[in-house]
Design a protein around this ligand. Structure first.
Ligand code: FAD
Ligand code: NAP
Length: 527
């Protein structure tokens, strides 16, 4: 009889397991992959690396771990992050409670026992008091339903399901479909190998240079000397890492000064750009100044004005789709062996045996790369048949979009916890900071139940409705809902359009969660 089942062995599931063991609780982790690491296990495409700096994008729960681990680059590449995940699994002896190659298919709350009955595709049937979904916000890879894909005679890949042995594109004609973060990281590298690369772009993205480099030893020394304080500041920040944040309006400063500020941030590289002015994500006029700066940069890098034009985003404000971070992306379109194909005006009609047809033209390719993203935030959860009290189904409850209390729990589903669920800062933050905050909160909650000899915790409908309304209200105070992004569910045909993450900020949100706990779990029914 387990205390907890944890679904997923990425950074969330691994830390949850470690934390529960420390409480003396028994837990089993089920993971669909053949190894740990989640995102960094699956996304092995060329160029995959983090876009939050490694000194930030790492666990803080163990000082020994953060002191002994050495990152080699400012932004670590996928193999190094995967090595880190495996190191954590070994260092904290996690593997003995992780069952790999096992997908959880069903989780049903039994009201007579107040326990979760969990089933897997390998025939496991386990009962646990708590069920923790560490299934990942970006783990349900999506290949669009293109007609003819079955007939394609070449090989096709999805960036989020990349072959472990790697792929050598040398001398081949390659098509990449999509121009989001995954495409933007992989395109410059694939272009160097391929005989010819066709990039099929539906919507151009705003991408910042990473300015990646070997990790500066002096910087590493300084951070490690004061790591506790560095982490505290990250937890209290808006996005889970510290970045120079201005309180000014972009419209209140002279154009030349604004330009200097944007230039400074461009040279520094990375995601801090949107913090240049307080209203960049609140006012369209303010945002336009930054978007103009980006478009001018693209035009300065890309030699063919028609190609530059196509690469310039114009249909949504900067930052309202996830800002991308690249190494040499725009310059790749100056190469003779790279062709940008606009599939906005003329969508992909069909995948033929030999390639891709759009606008009546067939582009012959040997390999196709789908960099087409994920059913984000809800996909992996709703792939599981989750049933709460009275047989209520999560997919039915969420038919109009996800509804949670604090992004952690769902009314009608006692003792079920979501790590970085919809309605929490999650994907708008340094995810490891948000993961650690959720895991710590969930563990404290379980301790509280044990200390008070309580069987279940469940969000009240009233608290959930108020939270959903708050999440919506603050989301709609920003420019985010103007973009047809995966934050809005817009990348999946038929998915309800709801702004899913909570934009109130990591620090503010943490405070709110702590207050709820301090007020004897306000908004929850404890039984
Ligand atoms: P995941 O790492 O997604 O792990 C979830 C695991 O659950 C997966 O291994 C999956 O196989 C498993 N699973 C799902 N459903 C089931 C089931 N039914 N049964 C069994 N197992 C299941 N975030 C940042 O903050 N900074 C970055 O730089 C950054 N870069 C990213 C780069 C890429 C290419 C992608 C795709 C995402 C990136 N992210 C980044 C987001 C990233 O997903 C998180 O940072 C973090 O790794 C999520 O950890 P997790 O454990 O919550 O989820
Ligand atoms: P994504 O941002 O959702 O991008 C998917 C791309 O595929 C978009 O360009 C989309 O075009 C295109 N697309 C989808 N369906 C299409 C169709 N039918 N026809 C033509 N084009 C189609 O996915 P992603 O690039 O994998 O990134 C997802 C998220 O993961 C990121 O936003 C980020 O949070 C994280 N990530 C981070 C990094 C990093 O730098 N560390 C790297 C990769 C991923 P439209 O825009 O028109 O829909």
């Amino acid at each position: 009889m387990l205390d907890a089942v944890i679904v997923g062995a990425g950074f969330a599931g691994m830390y949850m397991l470690h934390k529960l063991r420390a409480l003396g609780l028994t837990a089993r982790v089920f993971e669909a992959g053949t190894g740990v690491g989640g995102t960094w296990y699956w996304n092995r495409y060329p160029g995959a690396r983090c876009d939050v700096e490694s000194m930030d994008y790492s666990y803080s729960f163990s000082d020994e771990l953060q002191q002994e681990w050495r990152w080699t680059e400012r932004y670590a590449a996928q193999p190094e992050i995967l090595k880190y995940a495996n190191h954590v699994a070994d260092r904290f002896d996690l593997r003995r409670d992780i069952q790999l190659e096992t997908r959880v298919t069903r989780a049903v709350f039994d009201e007579t026992t107040s326990r979760w009955d969990v089933e897997t595709d390998r025939g496991d049937r386990v009962s646990a008091r708590f069920c923790v979904m560490a299934t990942g916000c970006l783990s349900d890879a999506q290949v669009p339903d293109f007609e003819g894909l079955d007939s394609f005679e070449g090989t096709w890949y999805h960036t989020g399901r990349w072959p472990h042995q790697g792929v050598d594109f040398t001398g081949r004609r390659v098509g990449v479909i999509g121009t989001g973060s995954s495409a933007i990281q992989s395109i410059p590298i694939i272009a160097k190998q391929a005989r010819h690369l066709y990039v099929f772009q539906r919507t151009p993205n705003y991408s910042m240079p990473a300015q990646n480099a070997p990790l500066d030893a002096e910087y590493e020394r300084r951070v490690k000397a004061a790591y506790a304080d560095f982490r505290r500041q990250a937890r209290e920040s808006r996005v889970g890492f510290v970045t120079e944040r201005s309180g000014d309006s972009a419209l209140a400063v002279p154009a030349a000064e604004r330009e200097r500020e944007y230039e400074k941030r461009w040279s520094r590289g990375g995601l801090g750009f949107s913090a240049a002015y307080a209203d960049l994500l609140m006012s369209k006029d303010a945002n336009d100044t930054a978007a103009d700066f980006f478009r001018a940069k693209i035009r300065a890098i890309v030699r063919d004005p028609a190609v530059a034009d196509l690469l310039c985003p114009t249909s949504y404000p900067l930052g309202t789709k996830r800002l991308c971070v690249d190494t040499g992306y725009y310059a790749t379109f100056n190469l003779d062996n790279v062709t940008l194909v606009d599939v906005r005006k003329q969508p992909i009609e069909v995948i033929t045996p030999k390639g891709v047809r759009t606008g009546g033209v067939e582009y012959a390719v040997d390999d196709l790369v789908f960099a087409t993203g994920f059913d984000a935030m809800t996909g992996a959860l709703l792939n599981i048949d989750i049933r709460g009290r009275g047989g209520r189904r999560l997919d039915a409850e969420w038919a109009g979009g996800p509804r949670t209390y604090l992004g952690l729990t769902v009314e009608g589903f006692p003792n079920l916890f979501l790590i970085t669920g919809p309605g929490s800062p999650s994907v708008l933050s340094n995810m490891i900071v948000s993961i650690e905050q959720h895991v710590d909160w969930i563990a404290d909650c379980m301790s509280h139940l044990r200390a008070r000899d309580l069987a279940t915790i469940e969000a009240t409908l009233e608290a959930q409705e108020a939270w959903v309304q708050h999440v919506n209200e603050v989301g709609h105070m920003t420019l985010y809902p103007l973009a047809p992004s995966w934050y809005m569910g817009a990348n999946i045909p038929g998915k309800p359009r709801v702004f899913m993450p909570y934009i109130g900020g990591v620090g503010v949100y943490r405070q709110k969660c702590d207050e709820v706990a301090a007020k004897d779990y306000e908004g929850f029914a404890l039984r």
